[in-house]
Ligand binder design. Structure first.
Ligand code: 1HN
Length: 346
């Protein structure tokens, strides 16, 4: 049993004040708070953000705020457990839905937090990252890792919307978050997503390593989906039909702090993900999925997003008995593994 510890109120007020005047604090009244028994306190609540409620408000933002006044026109998917003003989905994950209208341009900048974009809707936009002009199509994942220049443009005719995922809350907490503005980039030849599109056969320079820390910046949905379908067809016994977005030269996670995955649920499949320490985000690329997270059940439609706190099992159910469902997942696993706090509790 955990021993009850002395409270602040048990101490003489003048003693506590003496301590405070010297910038000193007694540990024992707060010890259980910062180090609770058996399982951490989590501010991250299970939250569902339905796309159909975000989209009209995002389009309205397009009318209310010109891109020049926004730089990035984003509605942040904030978790009330952390306080909406903190703009965090979990302790390390930031989520936002971004709108770019035809003809608009979001100027070049770079920053310390790592970002990725998952394209939700629309054709004709592109993002230029480190000189590589990456077309944005539904379901594509595009990286803008720490320090790389990036800007967005749109030559199409319809609004384009994407989901931004950043490790901003963590980098901000570290007092390491800042940006630098730049000039429009010169587009270079040679695109990592073309060179590394086929995982088993990669450019021979792999053995000497390119000078790029992030050799592949765009992961086409057509490739990720084909990989999932091939995996499912190859072995009907695989329960978790999932791929990890990796750095094709090192085989490690695509970015340093957050992990990114695509998951296929077979028609009608119910999949239980074990309770692991990292928090997670689920975003539906195709299909309809029911999620069970702690005491919440969410019915996710296409383009819906939800989050789950760490240390909790999650059950995902494909509600369609004829067709597979496809999810994009972001989590804090690379961070937890690097820091040595990663746990799988089953
Ligand atoms: C950012 O640079 C982008 O480049 C989107 O599109 C969202 C949220 C916080 C900080 C920087 C972008 C962002 C961001």
């Amino acid at each position: 049993m955990t021993q009850e510890l002395g409270r602040l109120e048990d101490l003489p007020a003048d003693y506590v004040q003496n301590l405070r005047d010297l910038n000193l604090v007694p540990l024992w009244p707060s010890l259980r708070g910062v180090l609770p028994a058996n399982i951490p306190t989590r501010q991250t609540r299970p939250i569902h953000w339905p796309y159909q409620s975000i989209k009209p408000l995002l389009l309205k933002a397009g009318e209310l705020t010109p891109i020049e006044k926004a730089e990035r026109r984003v509605l942040v998917l904030a978790n009330p457990g952390h306080g909406l003003d903190k703009m965090q989905a979990s302790s390390a994950i930031y989520l936002g839905m971004q709108l770019l209208l035809p003809g608009e341009w979001a100027p070049s900048h770079r920053h310390t937090p790592n970002a990725v974009r998952m394209i939700v809707e629309g054709e004709g936009a592109y993002t230029t990252v480190d000189g590589e002009k990456c077309p944005m199509q539904r379901g594509d994942l595009i990286l803008t890792p720490t320090g790389l220049w990036h800007e967005h443009g749109h030559d199409g005719t319809e609004p384009v919307i994407w989901l931004d995922v950043l490790d901003l809350p963590l980098v901000y907490y570290m007092e390491a978050s800042y940006h630098v503005n730049g000039k429009p980039q010169t587009v270079v030849t040679g695109r990592g997503d073309k060179q590394y599109a086929h995982g088993g056969v990669v450019p021979t320079k792999v053995f000497e390593r390119s000078k790029k820390a992030y050799p592949m910046l765009r992961y086409a949905w057509t490739d990720a989906k084909a990989a999932l379908q091939a995996l499912a067809a190859d072995d009907p016994a695989i329960e978790q039909v999932q791929v990890t977005y990796t750095n094709p030269e090192t085989g490690s996670d695509a970015e340093n702090i957050l992990g990114f995955y695509a998951l296929m649920l077979r028609p009608g499949q119910s999949l239980r993900l074990p309770a692991r320490s990292p928090a997670q985000v689920f975003h539906v690329i195709e299909g309809e999925v029911q999620t069970h997270i702690v005491n919440s059940q969410f019915h996710l439609l296409e383009a819906d997003t939800c989050c789950a706190p760490g240390y909790e099992a999650v059950t995902l159910v494909n509600l369609n008995s004829q067709r597979p469902a496809f999810l994009f997942i972001a989590d804090e696993s690379p961070l937890h593994r690097k820091l040595g706090v990663y746990e799988n509790r089953g």
